[in-house]
Design a protein around this ligand. Sequence first.
Ligand code: NA7
Length: 580
Amino acid sequence: MGPYDAREEIRPIAILRGLEPTGEIRESDMNLVERSTPKGPNAYDVVVIGAGFSGLNALHVLRERFKVRVFEAGDGVGGTWYWNRYPGARCDVESLDYCYTFSRELYRDWDWSERYATQPEIERYANWVADRLDLRRDIQFSTRVMSAVFDEDANLWTVTTDRGDVVTARWVIAATGCLSAPNKPPFKGIDSFKGEIYQTSLWPKEPIDFRGKRVAVIGTGSSGIQAIPQIAEQALHLTVFQRTANYSIPARQGLPSPEYVATRKDEDHFNDWRARAVVAPQGLPTEPMALKDLPPEEAQSELERRWALGGLSEILSPFYLVGSSHEENKIHADFIRSKIRETVKDPKTAELLCPDDHPYTAKRPCVDTGYFETFNRANVSLVSVRNNPVAEVTPDSLRLQNGEEFKIDVLVMATGFDAMTGALTRMDIRGRNGVSLKDAWSHGPRTYLGLQTAGFPNFFIFVGPGSPSVLSNMILGMEYHAQYINDCLRYLCERGIETIEASPEAQDAWAAHMEECAGATIYNDTASWWRGANVEGKPQGFMVYLGGWPLYTQKCAESAAKGYAGFILDGQRVAAEPVA
Ligand code: NA7
């Protein structure tokens, strides 16, 4: 492993397409930055909130030109992969697809030990990257940003933290993650519980001993589905409380073969993959197929073949109609239900585990290791809370609406996140006229290109609402945003422009385009966290851009090429029409 060489860095593909908005930065550009930035130890060009994968990437890219400070609530890097250390936590995107690609050196020099990396390995990787790129010196750990307030006279943000820091910044970047604000359903009596209580997304660093204990897990999303088999191995008895049955695919965990790894790391292959990954961000593109057009036996044997290979990319990538055709979707859904019935011995439990209220992939599908098999264990039982919800937590039990009571020692909440917006609206972010982001988004998040929200100048969001975000390869999305924002700031500096903000019209046009894209899918009718449906009182609406990654990057690049069409620069609307 040699020293890190920034010259090997690679720019995101859409920018390589020749849509760069500006030429080479001139010597004088730094002067513009310096002139516009107040001096002093507490004054920065850029404050980045969060040292997860987005924040690390943003810091690395922006630091070359700007004075950057990162605030991170945890005491280490990794973000979502720092906090979600529950037993069984793994990424369900394959390791070689879920790591930084902006540098082939980084890609080449880290060796993943398994097909799907565990949380500890991903956290180690984040630490390795932070050390390799010498990022820690600009990160302040164990510090939570409490507020960011825009001063319209000075065109500066003032950022405050829970440690008493008060700093100013020209630009603020929210690299706060999509799955970082835990959803804690307000169960009546929960504070009276005398046993142990854990939230999967706030798991303690010390291992938890479930031996000899009666454990309840509430929630059967990806986190629950990963944790349940592991907890079941230790617990005296585990009761799983399921509101919605979920589709899950076997991971078929294993070691990537040395030949496969060598191919992926080969320079030509790497470059080729990176170019194609933009088109099919959830895995290497394969020939698109529609099972509905095949004779049923052929469709069945294709699904069997892919089930044996396991993993989301095997099951999903080639079947482009799954998300838009109910007919195609049903073939997949029926197949998965048949696998559940085949695996789970007790027919009543099997039926309860079969998803019957939403199409496959309309909620985030899961990838598991032995999830359905776990329900064949004598120490595991399944309770549906769909029509009989948890009514109360008592000092030693869970009580359902019908009065049924379950005595427990440990309560595990695998109840998900106030996703996409929670981390942002839980901070006090105030833009023009003192308006808070929480109020601006009271009817749901509104952005232009997912990058900015009207009324909040110089405030950027990484992989957030309005971008392909969680429905694309997150790492590629982050890399794209890091480079895009860096180019944008360079553009502003070159021209001495102090503020950039989304125009309200562009934001409306983007919202209409988002709706149109969501309307072309089967996702809009299901109560998913993508729609904000999992959190009581949260406004409903599809928060992820569903036009696909290629279209998204094309639109971002088009806006940039037109001098940031759709944005307002120093109070002047860019002449070109917004891109939407
Ligand atoms: P998810 O996928 O949001 O899952 C949360 C689970 O908790 C889900 O089964 C919910 O049921 C359930 N839940 C939430 N609130 C309640 C209440 N009040 N009562 C009973 N059950 C409840 O979060 P995860 O952490 O598992 O996964 C998040 C993402 O991480 C995942 O999608 C991947 O992208 C990786 P519901 O389905 O809402 O009926």
